[in-house]
Design a protein around this ligand. Structure first.
Ligand code: CP
Length: 312
């Protein structure tokens, strides 16, 4: 088997060698994406459904592009405008899509654990494109891949994850992924947005963002996930920006240049100023670019068409 798992539900279930295999395969696909003809026949005759029960810009377009670059047939489903509004269940929805001879399902859902639930009820491979506050595995893979590309390696690097750790699936998947790859990890932000006992996952905790910036080689800055906060956990966005936001002036005051990352969407002027987000220290658009190669690698390795040989 190309990976030790049938589905990509979370980074937690992956072995470290799986991550390295995904990176090596993505290196290869990244070269394909530099060519004039950016398409390979690898997944011809494979049909993939992108099933999105929650909004997305980057992940959805990135998966669709990855599928099309691999010559797969693609169908897109979004909950709005579907029969979900008429009371159809998740399993019925997906089983009806699979009855049309779909081989793989990419799913985003607002309920944590939804892809695990589905994996127990259907035969097709499932790729989690983000489930509630739980995991966003392909985001963590593309983040770590982008760190490896910019800093040469992930092992031994100091990575600060800054912002709303409590409600972020990107934070949790990053912690699993970076830990498996041997990075040192710090989480930073307001105490109300950092889960209690998170030190048990082997991460440092810092409430002073300037100290986190001084410590790290790369800062992965997260937005405030207001849609998942049912009670206010800080006073106002303006005050959050004043105390926990990162700007270019703060980066220039550091003794050395650090790398700035963000999974998107950015709330400019809140967690990150435009001059920091658009600076040469920022690899935010490299992350987006790398997302296509990473997703091509994941789809290929889970498709059952991977012989262990990398596609030319
Ligand atoms: N990073 C990310 O998941 O962005 P989208 O919500 O736009 O897919």
């Amino acid at each position: 088997m190309a990976l030790s798992v049938k589905h990509l539900l979370g980074i937690k279930e992956l072995q470290t060698e799986d991550i390295h295999r995904i990176f090596r395969t993505a290196d290869n696909f990244k070269q394909v994406l530099q060519r004039q003809i950016k398409k390979v026949p690898t997944l011809r005759d494979t049909t993939i459904a992108n099933v999105f029960f929650e909004n997305s810009t980057r992940t959805r377009i990135s998966f669709e592009l990855a599928e099309r670059r691999l010559s797969a047939d693609v169908v897109n489903f979004s909950a709005s405008g579907s029969s979900v509004s008429k009371g159809e269940t998740l399993i019925d929805t997906v089983n009806n899509i699979l009855a049309m001879k779909v081989d793989m399902v990419v799913m985003r859902h607002s309920a944590s654990g939804a892809p695990w639930f589905l994996a127990n009820h259907i035969d097709a491979s499932i790729i989690n494109a983000g489930d509630g506050i739980n995991e966003h595995p392909t985001q963590a893979l593309l983040d770590a891949f982008s760190i490896r590309e910019r800093l040469g390696d992930v092992k031994g690097k100091r990575i600060a994850i800054i912002g709303d750790i409590m409600h972020s699936r990107v934070a949790l998947s990053n912690i699993y992924c970076l830990s498996k790859l041997g990075a040192e990890i710090m989480v930073a932000g307001p105490p109300t947005l950092i889960p209690k006992h998170i030190e048990g996952m082997g991460v440092k905790v810092e409430y002073d963002v300037k100290k986190a910036l001084m410590w790290c080689d790369a800062a992965n800055v997260l937005r405030i996930q207001l849609e998942r906060q049912h009670k206010p956990l800080f006073s106002t966005l303006r005050e959050y920006g004043l105390y926990y936001g990162i700007n270019k002036h703060m980066l220039d005051a550091l003794e050395r240049e650090i790398v700035i990352m963000h999974p998107g969407p950015i709330n400019r002027g809140v967690e990150l100023s435009s001059d920091a987000a658009d600076s040469k220290q920022s690899i935010i658009l490299d992350q987006v670019e790398n997302g296509v190669a990473i997703r091509m690698a994941v789809l290929y390795l889970l498709s059952g068409k991977s012989s262990g040989e990398l596609p030319e």
